[in-house]
Structures are given as C-alpha cells and as structure tokens.
Ligand binder design. Structure first.
Ligand code: GLN
Length: 190
C-alpha cells in the first residue's frame, strides 16, 4: 500500500517537502490541525524557525497530538528547525518547545548566522553515494545519547542522526534533486 506521509505545515519549507515526497510516489499531506495526523505512516517536521514553529504547535494544540503520534511508534523526520524541535536539548529555555523524541544535545545556529548558508556533499551512513546537503543557519548536534546513531558529520560536527523511530538532519534535503535521504526515511517506516 502507498505510504502516506505528512509534512507539518505551520511555517518554513513545506512545499518543497511535499514535492519531494510526491516525486517518490508517496502520498503527501500538509498537517495543520490535529486531525490531519490521522492515518499518516510518518511525519516530516521541516526547517524554518524553531521558535516560530514551536509557538504555532502550541497555538494550534498540536503538541499532545504530536506526542501521541510519537507514542504510537510512528516515524518522524526532523530537518533543521525540525531537528531542534525533535531533540531533547536539555539546556533549552522553558518557553522553547522541545519534543524530546531523540536524545541529542543541539547547538542552535551552530554554523553561524545568515552568512553561513552553504552546500556540501556528505558521506551518509546507510546511503551509498554522498548526499547533497544544503545548510541554512543550521544547527549541529553537540552530542548524542543512548540509542542514537550518528549518520553524518561535517567538519567534525554531527549533522545527521537517528534512533529506531526518528531521523534528524541539520541540513535541508528538500532543496536539491537528491532524494536519497527521503528514501532513507521511508525505509524507517514498516
Ligand atoms: N536557525 C533556525 C532555528 O534555530 C533553523 C534554520 C533552518 O531551519 N533552516 O530554528
């Protein structure tokens, strides 16, 4: 059966994710309301601005539904701001939402601010060819804790990781024609 993947559509790079999923023959759906999570096999939390997305998640009453989606064992892919939102990030400010779906510590804007947008070809564990990665005011992963595997690093900084259910990348996989990271994510869904 065709997999149905949602893209959290509150703020940020939503359309590009929907298009990438469509190219892979997956049914893609924008998620704006709690009811939109029903019948999804997986969810992407896109890049954008993690403070804004976190605030909108709360305003739209999506926090508990997202936690229930996670508790139901569904796969989730967080990219860039989505990585930050999925993380534990134990020293985050209380007003910032962190869902704690993957036990990692994060350095927000770790590569610098606006100037530090760049592209790289990254070796990625589990993907045969290097991945085309676009970094935009990207975070990096300072450390990974129990149950988390490192998948890619750039200049000694961890930029992709996973646990059994969650995939996170500091870069935007939706901004190139390289769909390999999306294929990797689909492989995490039964
Ligand atoms: N710097 C942004 C944040 O902290 C993330 C940037 C992005 O998603 N491209 O939320």
């Amino acid at each position: 059966m065709t997999k149905k993947i949602g893209v959290l559509a509150l703020q940020g790079a939503v359309t590009e994710h929907l298009q990438a999923l469509a190219k892979l023959g997956v049914t893609a759906a924008a998620v704006k309301l709690p009811g939109d999570l029903a019948e999804l096999d997986g969810l992407i939390i896109p890049g954008g601005e993690s403070t804004a997305i976190g605030r909108l998640i709360r305003e739209q009453h999506l926090e508990e539904p997202l936690r229930a989606f996670f508790a139901a064992g569904k796969a989730i892919f967080g990219t860039c701001a989505g990585l930050i939102l999925c993380s534990t990030d134990s020293s985050h400010a209380p007003e910032e939402l962190r869902l704690g779906f993957i036990d990692i510590e994060v350095e927000r804007n770790g590569f610098g601010r606006q100037v530090d947008s760049f592209e790289a070809l990254l070796p990625f564990e589990g993907i045969a060819e290097p991945v085309e990665a676009v970094f935009i005011r990207a975070p990096y992963i300072r450390s990974v804790n129990k149950g988390v595997r490192v998948l890619a690093s750039f200049e000694g900084k961890i930029v992709a990781a996973e646990n059994d259910q969650i995939l996170v990348t500091a870069f935007h996989p939706e901004l190139t024609d390289d769909l390999s990271v999306f294929e990797y994510f689909l492989g995490k869904i039964d």
